[in-house]
Ligand binder design. Structure first.
Ligand code: FAD
Length: 311
């Protein structure tokens, strides 16, 4: 809620912070104040997008809730790495214009197939999509856009099924299991497929083990008058997961080095998957960052709260 919040239905409803109607904040001088569009509106502006750099403690979020669509259909497709170029080109060209009720993730990983085996190659390309709608027919219709993938027939596995929220959460947990060491880094970009597909090849094809992964996600712009800003047409994130602390340097180096290589394409980063300690990079639009720092000075002149790590 503080850093933005990207998840199911975000392409339709915007980041989670767009549904924050008000916050009750404990400020640096020990007061609890209510902030919304009309009252303390600058604090309300800052609380939506500043994430771990917010200069107050939110005691209560007041949220706009949304009706949950009755049907959720999930679709999982796994492609061999050989068709990386075709699948990613298609995804980048069509993804941002997909029906807003569909969420689609394009993941480079070593997914487990239904029979328990691992997909071929050092990594495979997995498309995980879900559509929320009023009826199953409508959800299937929305997901049928995935069939326009020109190498659809090369899928190693392809399945579409009605999913419960428990199954959806379990699928996300399976992607990022607990009990490991993790490092993420990310970027927003407006670059087109002609630039991204060749530039991302090294990142997508060097995923170091079967829990690490890379994802690409199409975004629909939802401009809001809040600190949250700086998004792009595509979101790209790399997640390294490992166990042995002796290997920290190698995994941190893979994530950080790959994202540093891609910096020329990057508009900025998302605070949810930030790597500011190793790679400080722009996390808000320039004007928003300036305004946030002015408000920090006003609300927390003695620096009682930590700001952003590494900056
Ligand atoms: C594996 C993984 C996957 C993720 N996937 C997604 C995703 O799909 N979409 C997405 O949007 N994000 C994602 N994130 C980021 C995640 O949303 C953030 O880590 C999350 O918002 C942190 O919430 P928390 O409650 O765990 O906060 P904490 O880790 O407890 O806190 C995060 C920061 O907020 C501050 N904070 C906490 N509570 C308050 C408060 N009440 N008032 C003021 N400051 C406070 C803390 O001091 C800290 O700086 C992912 C993170 C991980 C590790």
């Amino acid at each position: 809620l503080l850093q933005g919040g990207l998840g199911w239905q975000s392409r339709l409803l915007g980041p989670a912070c767009a549904s924050v109607l008000a916050v009750d904040v404990l400020t640096a001088d020990g007061e609890i104040i209510h902030a919304d569009e009309h009252e303390n509106s600058d604090l309300y502006w800052a609380a939506r997008g500043s994430g771990p750099g917010f200069f107050g403690i939110v005691m209560r979020f007041h949220l706009r809730t949304h009706p949950r669509p009755p049907v959720t259909m999930a679709s999982v497709q796994v492609f061999p790495l050989e068709v990386y170029e075709e699948v990613l080109t298609w995804a980048i060209e069509t993804g941002p214009d997909l029906d807003p009720r569909v969420e689609i993730l394009f993941v480079a990983t070593n997914p487990r197939l239904e029979d328990g085996s691992t997909a071929p190659g050092p990594t495979a390309i997995q498309i995980i999509a879900c559509a929320m709608a009023d009826t199953e027919a409508e959800a299937r219709d929305i997901l049928s856009a995935l069939d326009t993938n020109p190498v659809f027939d090369t899928a190693v596995t392809r399945t579409t099924f009605p999913a419960t929220m428990d199954q959806m959460y379990a699928a996300v947990d399976a992607l990022e299991p607990s009990g490991h060491r993790w490092l993420a880094d990310n970027m927003w970009t407006d670059a087109g497929a002609d630039v991204l597909v060749p530039q991302l090849r090294e990142l997508f094809t060097t995923v170091p083990n079967d829990i690490s992964h890379v994802l690409w996600y199409p975004w629909r712009d939802h401009p809001i008058d809040a600190a949250f800003s700086n998004t792009g047409r595509s979101y790209i994130a790399a997640y390294a997961g490992w166990d042995d602390p002796a290997q920290d340097a190698a995994y941190v180096g893979w994530v950080t080095g790959q994202m540093r290589r891609l910096e020329p394409l990057s508009k900025g980063i998302q605070l949810g998957d930030e790597n500011l300690v190793n790679r400080p990079w722009r996390y808000l639009a320039e004007d928003n960052e300036r305004r946030l720092e002015e408000l920090r000075e006003q609300y927390d002149p003695d620096g009682r709260f930590f700001g952003y790590l590494g900056l």
